[in-house]
Write a protein that binds this ligand. Structure first.
Ligand code: EPU
Length: 430
C-alpha cells in the first residue's frame, strides 16, 4: 500500500509550475472522438484520470500514442463502436462525456454509469434531458449502462438546464457540435474548462459561441479537422498550492496559470491578509506579511469560489485564529473529510451545508484521502501539523494532481511517498 508521509511545520518557499487542467483534459480527450482527423493534445496533466480515459479510447479502437509526459496523439478514426461498457469506464466520472461524444459521432451511445469521487448523489438527469431534447431515447440497462439512441432523428434543440451543471453543459455541447441545426444551452455553466473545450472544438471547425456566458449557441457542422491543442492550466491545482502556501505561512510563485481564473481564490486570500501579486502567467502569494485572519466562504459555480477548493480552504482555515464559516452550495455532502481533520486536532463542526471552523493547532495523525480534493486538504493539514502525518488512499490524490510529492518537495516540504509491502517494512519510493 502506498502512502504519503509528511512532517509538518516548514513554510513553503519557491516556485511551482501548475500542470494542465484535469477537468479540461477529461472533456477534451473524449471530445477528440468527434474529430474526423488525428489530433495532438498538449499540456496534458500526468494523472491517473487521463490514463484511464486514454485507455478507454484505446479499447474502443482509437490510436493513442504518448508523445511525451504531457502530450498525446489521438487518431479517433479507427473507433468503430458506440459502446464503452468496460469496468474501467466506471472508474471515473468524466467517462460520461463519451455519451455526448459518441452520440454526436454515431447517433448512438452505450456507456457504463460513471464512478468518480463520492460526495453524495450525483444525478445526470440534466445530461439526459439535453440528449432527449436532441432526439435521443434513453434507457438504463440492468441499472448499470446508459443507452442513447437518436438513429431516427438527431438534431439541435433549445436546452434550459434546471441547475448550473458543468457536466451537463459539456455533454450537450459535445453532442451538439455535429447535430443538425442549432442548439442553444441556457443556464449553462461558465467554468474555464467549458471555455477551453469550446475553444478546442472551434479550433477543429465547430461553430460554438457564448462559452463562458450562461447562453451557449452551437450550430452543427459536418466535418471537424485535426488540430494541435494545448490545454489550459489547472485552476484548482493552482488554488491548492496557494492554500498550502498560506497555511504554512510561506511565499510561493505559482507559474503557468491564468490569473483571471483564480480571481475568487486570490480575493479570498487577500481578504485573509495574504499579499497576491499577479503577472501574465504567474502569481506570487506571500503569507508572511501579517497574521492571517478568519473569513467566511460560500462555494458557487464559476466565477464564484470553486467547490473543488473548498476542502483545501477548510484545512487552511483550521490554522487561522477565530471562527470561519464555509457554506458548500454546490454539493450536498462534501464534508466527509472533516472527520479526518478532526483526528488531527481540528475544531470543525458540520451542520448540513455549513462547516464551522474554530482555528487552532493541528497535530499529526494517520489519515486517509476520502476523495481527490479531500486528499489535497490532508496534504495541506499534514504540511502544517506538528509531527509526521501518514496519508492513505493516495490513489485519489493521484487521480488529479500531477507529481504532487515532487512539487511540494521543490517548495521545501518534508514529504515523501512510502510503500508498505507489509506491516513491518517501510520502503521509500519517491
Ligand atoms: N446536478 C444535477 N443534475 C445533473 C447534473 C448535476 O442535479 O444532471 C447537480 C449536482 O448534483 C451538483 C450540481 O448540479 O449539485 C453541480 O454538478 P456538476 O454537474 O456541475 O458537476 P460535475 O460535472 O459532475 C464537475 C467536476 C467536479 C466539480 C463540479 C462542480 C469534472 C470531471 N468534475 O463535476 O470536479 O466539483 O463540476 O464544479 O469536471 C473535482 O475535480 O474534484 C471534482 C469533483
Amino acid at each position: 500500500m502506498e502512502k504519503i508521509m509528511i512532517t509538518g511545520g516548514k513554510p513553503l518557499f519557491g516556485e511551482v509550475t501548475v500542470s494542465g487542467a484535469k477537468n479540461a483534459a477529461v472533456a477534451i480527450i473524449p471530445g477528440v472522438v468527434l474529430c474526423d482527423e488525428p489530433c495532438r493534445i498538449e499540456n496534458i496533466p500526468n494523472i491517473s484520470d487521463v490514463s484511464v480515459i486514454a485507455n478507454i479510447l484505446r479499447d474502443m479502437g482509437a490510436m493513442v500514442r504518448r508523445v511525451d509526459k504531457n502530450t498525446l496523439d489521438i487518431d479517433p478514426r479507427p473507433i468503430n463502436t458506440f459502446e464503452a461498457t468496460e469496468d474501467s469506464v466506471r472508474k471515473m466520472r468524466a467517462s460520461y462525456y463519451l455519451l455526448g461524444a459518441l452520440l454526436g459521432r454515431f447517433h448512438q451511445a452505450k456507456v457504463a454509469l460513471p464512478g468518480g469521487c463520492n460526495f453524495g448523489v450525483r444525478p445526470i438527469d440534466q445530461h439526459l434531458k439535453g440528449f432527449q431534447l436532441m432526439g435521443a431515447k434513453n434507457d438504463l440497462i440492468n441499472g448499470a449502462i446508459i443507452s442513447l439512441d437518436a438513429t431516427e432523428s438527431f438534431h439541435g434543440a433549445r436546452v434550459y438546464f434546471d441547475t448550473v451543471s458543468v457536466g451537463s453543459t459539456i455533454n450537450v455541447m459535445l453532442a451538439a457540435v455535429k447535430a443538425e441545426g442549432q442548439t442553444i444551452i441556457e443556464n449553462a455553466a461558465k467554468e474555464p474548462h467549458i471555455v477551453d473545450l469550446a475553444n478546442f472544438l472551434n479550433s477543429m471547425g465547430a461553430n460554438i459561441r457564448g462559452a463562458g456566458t450562461d447562453v451557449i449557441k452551437i450550430r452543427g457542422v459536418e466535418y471537424l479537422h485535426g488540430v494541435t491543442y494545448s490545454i489550459i492550466p489547472d485552476q484548482i491545482e493552482a488554488g491548492t498550492y496557494m492554500a498550502a502556501a498560506a497555511a504554512t505561512r510561506g511565499k510561493v510563485t505559482i507559474r503557468n496559470i491564468t490569473p483571471k481564473h483564480l480571481e475568487s481564490i486570490s480575493s479570498k486570500l487577500r481578504e485573509m491578509g495574504c499579499e497576491i501579486d499577479e503577472y501574465d502567467e504567474a502569481v506570487i502569494i506571500d503569507a508572511t506579511v501579517r497574521p492571517l485572519t478568519r473569513v467566511n466562504i460560500k462555494t458557487m459555480p464559476h466565477p464564484g469560489f470553486p467547490t473543488d477548493c473548498q476542502p483545501q480552504f477548510v484545512a487552511l482555515l483550521t490554522t487561522v485564529k477565530g471562527t470561519s464559516i464555509v457554506n458548500e452550495s454546490v454539493w450536498d455532502n462534501r464534508y466527509q473529510y472533516v472527520s479526518e481533520l478532526v483526528r488531527m486536532g481540528a475544531n470543525i463542526s458540520v451542520e448540513g451545508r455549513l462547516a464551522i471552523i474554530e482555528g487552532g493547532r493541528l497535530t499529526a495523525a494517520p489519515v486517509k484521502a476520502t476523495d481527490l480534493r479531500a486528499g489535497a486538504a490532508m496534504l495541506i493539514a499534514g504540511l502544517v501539523a506538528e509531527g509526521t502525518t501518514n496519508i492513505s488512499n493516495i490513489s485519489y490524490i493521484e487521480r488529479g494532481y500531477s507529481d504532487v510529492v515532487t512539487k511540494f518537495q521543490s517548495l521545501g516540504a518534508d514529504i515523501k511517498k512510502v510503500y508498505y509491502p507489509d506491516h513491518d517494512e517501510v520502503v521509500t519510493t519517491a
